[in-house]
Design a binder for this molecule. Structure first.
Ligand code: ARG
Length: 245
């Protein structure tokens, strides 16, 4: 009698555990936080968000057997979205920095990038050293924003979109814009009379942001990235959007 009671109790608790396991819904999506104002990494084409980051994230989601969901938001909201679990990953041409590493983890870098200076053609600003005391346009919360803030006596005008900073340069409301090289190239082709200074401001690395406590996903992403690199897929995606000079 006693033994059968124990068996019953064990079976009952096993069933409860099994049900609890079922209730914990299996994750089927990979939510990517981005700011789709950053061609060629992420931008809108009709109602689609396309670009290098969107394709890399899609390839990772495919590899992990997850459905990619892209959430477009302000650039300076991305880290908080990842930290709070609202998004699983932040993929936004995001530069790895010490400050950000205090709040999120980063995958291995998937590309190198640079901050450059855009000026009006014929501007007296011919190198980053000439930015002292100038009015500089940047996208809010970017590394360009941080660098501009370190320039002696410079006034920093912060815009929600990099493109708006470029527009204000066009209208002579700022003297220069500090922004990442590839978007700079796109914006300069879209607007006549602008030029990129030869000397880059900094060299940086882009990586994927993941919540500090989600090391399992971080490892999976690094493994996927390694596969993409080995198979040549990563290079293929980047080459589709950035033509060698
Ligand atoms: N690389 C720069 C940074 O991390 C700018 C990134 C802006 N990205 C974007 N999707 N708007 O601060």
């Amino acid at each position: 009698m006693k033994i059968s009671k124990i068996i019953c109790a064990v079976l009952a608790s096993a069933m409860v555990l099994a049900f609890a396991g079922c209730a914990e819904k299996e994750k089927t999506t990979l939510i990517m936080a981005t700011n789709a104002e950053f061609p060629p990494y992420e931008y809108r084409e009709g109602d689609q968000i396309v670009g290098i980051d969107a394709e890399i994230a899609q390839a990772i989601a495919d590899d992990l057997g997850l459905e990619l969901v892209i959430e477009d938001m302000a650039f300076d909201s991305i880290i908080a979205a990842v930290q709070s679990g609202k998004a699983d990953i932040g993929v936004a041409g995001m530069t790895v920095s010490e400050d950000r590493l205090a709040n999120v983890n980063f995958s291995n870098p998937y590309t190198t990038a640079a901050q450059v200076v855009i000026v009006k053609e014929g501007s007296a600003i011919t190198s980053p050293a000439d930015l002292v005391g100038k009015k500089i346009g940047v996208q809010l919360g970017t590394t360009g924003d941080i660098f501009a803030g370190d320039i002696e006596n410079a006034t920093v005008e912060r815009f929600n979109k990099g493109f708006e900073a470029v527009q204000s340069l066009n209208q002579d409301k700022v003297d220069a814009v500090i922004i990442d090289r590839e978007p700079a190239k796109v914006f300069v082709t879209q607007n006549e009379g602008l030029a990129i200074l030869d000397e880059a401001y900094t060299i940086e690395e882009y990586a994927i942001a993941v919540a500090k406590d989600n090391t399992e996903l971080l490892d999976q992403i690094n493994a996927s990235l390694a596969k993409l690199e080995e198979s040549g897929k990563l290079e293929e995606i980047i080459g589709k959007y950035i033509k060698a000079e």
